[in-house]
Design a protein around this ligand. Structure first.
Ligand code: CDP
Ligand code: CDP
Length: 206
């Protein structure tokens, strides 16, 4: 078992780095944001938040609709509810413990879900760069939003996510900070791969 925990604010590049690492090392990947997005999406249809979290299916985690800005906001709201977070813990920990290695990305992976992860990264980028990256993605997918709206959405979620009482977004003390503001995807991934290889070499010597 080898677990990589990747946390950071919205649109910092966590998911992109996680997918690349999973492909490079043959690890399984879980985008834990999808659990909150799928839960939030059900609440928009009127399902109570806890019930939504408790009845998630693999199918609920599929589809582009989860990427919509109103779903992201709903996700961040249900993510502040302790009973919702609690309902999602066991699934995430079981995923992290699978043989062959796993990478999980989110907000509380290195601090709460996998405090013993072999590698922890906290990915950041400036607000403006994050807004531009997310705006490009959303525009490409046909969402009509302005950069200003995207920036406001990211800031509001970051504020809610980092100030909630339960499992706030925070870098673990032993996390490596990776600022991707002026890095290409390739550079950011190379830096993460280097860190993981160094840790693997360290563990092999023990
Ligand atoms: O998962 P998270 O919300 O942290 O971010 P993401 O969805 O992985 O990345 C947001 C966007 O930034 C994607 O379109 C990436 O292609 C782009 N990007 C990046 O992730 N890293 C860079 N160094 C440059 C661009
Ligand atoms: O891709 P982006 O970074 O914009 O968002 P995401 O990772 O899909 O997460 C959506 C929302 O879920 C976040 O704003 C958080 O409120 C919540 N979340 C969380 O609380 N804990 C996690 N481990 C992952 C996501």
């Amino acid at each position: 078992m080898f677990t990589v925990a990747i946390d950071g604010p919205a649109a910092s590049g966590k998911g992109t780095i996680s997918r690349a690492i999973a492909a490079h090392f043959g690890f399984a990947h879980l985008d834990t944001g999808l659990l909150y997005r799928a839960t939030g999406r059900k609440t928009l249809d009127g399902t109570p938040a806890l019930e939504a979290a408790q009845t998630l299916t693999a199918e609920d985690l599929q589809g582009d609709a989860l990427r919509a800005p109103d779903v992201a906001q709903a996700a961040s709201k249900v993510a502040a509810m302790p009973d919702v977070r609690k309902a999602l813990v066991d699934f995430q920990r079981a995923f992290a413990a699978r043989a062959g290695g796993a990478v999980l990305d989110g907000r509380d992976i290195g601090t709460v879900i996998c405090p013993d992860a072999e590698v922890k990264l906290f990915v950041t980028a400036s607000d403006d760069v994050r807004a531009e990256r997310r705006w490009k993605e959303l525009t490409f997918k046909g969402h009509k939003v302005s950069i200003e709206e995207v920036l406001a959405d990211l800031r509001e979620r970051d504020r809610r996510d980092s100030t909630r009482a339960d499992a706030p977004m925070k870098a673990a003390d032993d996390a490596l900070q990776l600022d991707t503001t002026s890095l290409s995807i390739e550079e950011a991934v190379a830096s993460a791969v280097k860190r993981i290889e160094a840790r693997q070499a360290e563990l092999a010597k023990l």
